[in-house]
Design a protein around this ligand. Structure first.
Ligand code: A4P
Ligand code: MG
Length: 178
């Protein structure tokens, strides 16, 4: 199944937290198909917190959405996210934006992400990697949702590329070391 995930961090070493999270997804067997640029973003909601780094990744996995949620929550905990970070600053937050064109409304899970279409920090990176993806409940493409969005929070695309270590590169490094 094809997923779009949103990742954000506004606590600690933000760029590193995001790289570790993507590496952990890959180590768990999730194929990372595409990653957006990094974006420096003004906090939405509680304004009295540091700015975020955000990005969106396209991933492919045989996990169903509930299993994907279990995995991202395990990764959040492993990367040191504490439960008291809810709503406030957090070292890492991973949300499921879309799972193909599935619509899920359960106690644990809402897909598409209910605030996806209202947030520049999601819409801009998502448009960068998949402008044609469809939000199935609204029946609209991401590029059109972005045009219609009334969010005016600041989102700055960083020029420095997002880098993380793929298992292949990690192996190459280990082998060179041996
Ligand atoms: N949950 C339901 N649906 C989903 C889904 N599609 N993906 C449930 C992930 N989780 C989902 O999440 C709370 C519960 O949501 C989970 O237990 C899961 O069962 P959480 O990560 O513990 O809490 P949270 O992320 O703090 O809460 P919430 O309400 O999801 O916060 P938001 O709305 O995601 O906002 N500003 C900028 N610039 N950048 C940001 O990244 N992030 C937030 C967090 C606020 N402002 C921001 C940013
Ligand atoms: Mg979350």
């Amino acid at each position: 199944m094809r997923y779009f995930l949103s990742l954000g961090s506004n606590l600690g070493r933000r760029r590193r937290n995001l790289a570790r999270a993507v590496e952990a997804l890959e180590l768990a067997g999730i194929a990372i198909v595409k990653t957006s640029s990094l974006y420096e973003t003004e906090p939405v909601g509680d304004k009295e917190q540091p700015w975020f780094l955000n990005l969106v990744v396209e991933a492919s996995s045989s996990l169903d959405p509930e299993e994907m949620l279990d995995l991202i929550q395990t990764i959040e905990r492993k990367l040191g996210r504490r439960s008291d970070e809810r709503g406030g600053p957090r070292s890492i937050d991973i949300d499921i934006l879309l799972a193909e064109e599935k619509v899920i409304q359960s106690e644990r899970l809402t897909i598409p992400h209910p605030r996806l279409h209202q947030r520049n920090f999601v819409l801009q990176p998502l448009e960068e990697i998949s402008a044609e993806a469809v939000q199935p409940l609204l029946g609209m493409k991401i590029k059109d949702l972005r045009t219609l969005s009334t969010d005016n929070s600041v989102v700055k695309k960083l020029r420095h590329p997002f880098r993380y270590r793929t298992p292949a590169r990690r192996n190459a490094k280990t082998q060179a070391f041996l």
